[in-house]
Design a protein around this ligand. Structure first.
Ligand SMILES: [Zn+2]
Length: 266
């Protein structure tokens, strides 16, 4: 599933292609009430965690959650005939964009949007995000920190890759209970997460390996994975830890795969 940096990139892209101008919006598949926003000016596109919002007016906000299978594709004009199940098509002055397979694509009003945002924890990519709100939720829970980091009501936008890598970089055992996470630990993790996710927005991929452990420094082969970036533990099961050489472990936690180094994160 795309993590928060992907949604923030999409928001920037849509702002650039469509912001401040009228947009033709349609639903070739017919499953989205496009008439509610068609022809209106897109005030702004923005992301909050894994949620994307196209704000046309206070009573006309398109909300998209990509889920596991949703994708946006875009190209310069002119648009081609829709291929496959296109939920929403946007046509602007220079580009057109198709959305396929999202979990949610709906029109909300400001109150409905506020209700949705109230259920989310702070998003590290938003300027006014409050790390203390996340810490309060973490320390009140006896769930493992690895599970808490993935809960959108604790933190908005963090997925499996950032969660595994953040815990590794701070040498935190993924099974540490929320109640045992110290304020100093959380403060360092939050600052790090903000930096990592900003880097993700810039590059469009998740890189978490510090300079001294990069392939050209240590002489190891670069990572080959469809996710692209250089990481310490994510999907590196049984491969040697980049710091201590111990094979990376994998286990299932809350129906998602968790990766960690049993030595560095003892
Ligand atoms: Zn290690």
């Amino acid at each position: 599933m795309p993590e928060g940096h992907t949604l923030h990139r999409l928001a920037r892209l849509h702002q650039k292609y469509y912001g401040k101008r009228p947009v033709r919006v349609s639903s070739p598949q017919g499953r989205f009430p496009a008439a509610l926003v068609d022809g209106r000016v897109l005030t702004r596109a923005e992301a909050y965690g894994k949620h994307l919002f196209h704000v046309y007016a206070p009573d006309a906000i398109v909300h998209v959650h990509l889920g596991l299978y949703g994708t946006f594709t875009d190209a310069p004009l002119p648009p081609t005939l829709p291929v496959g199940q296109v939920r929403m098509r946007m046509v602007g002055e220079t580009h057109w964009t198709d959305l396929r397979g999202p979990t949610r694509c709906e029109v909300l009003n400001a109150a409905e949007r506020a209700e949705l945002l109230a259920r989310l924890g702070p998003d590290p990519l938003r300027r006014n995000a409050d790390p203390a709100a996340a810490y309060t939720r973490i320390t009140r829970s006896k769930l493992p920190v690895a599970a808490l980091l993935m809960e959108q009501k604790v933190l908005a936008g963090v997925g499996n890759v950032y969660r595994a890598e953040l815990l590794f970089r701070h040498r935190v055992n993924p099974r540490t209970l929320g109640t045992s996470v110290t304020e100093a630990q959380w403060s360092a993790m939050w600052t790090d997460l903000v930096g990592l996710m900003k880097d993700g927005v810039k590059k469009g991929r998740i890189d978490t390996v510090r300079d001294e452990h990069l392939p050209h420094v240590t002489g190891r082969a670069p990572r080959v994975d469809r996710h692209g970036g250089e990481v310490y533990v994510y999907r590196r099961t049984d491969q040697p830890c980049l710091i201590c050489g111990t094979p990376v472990r994998k286990a299932e936690l809350a129906a998602r795969n968790l990766y960690w180094c049993p030595t560095c994160q003892a």
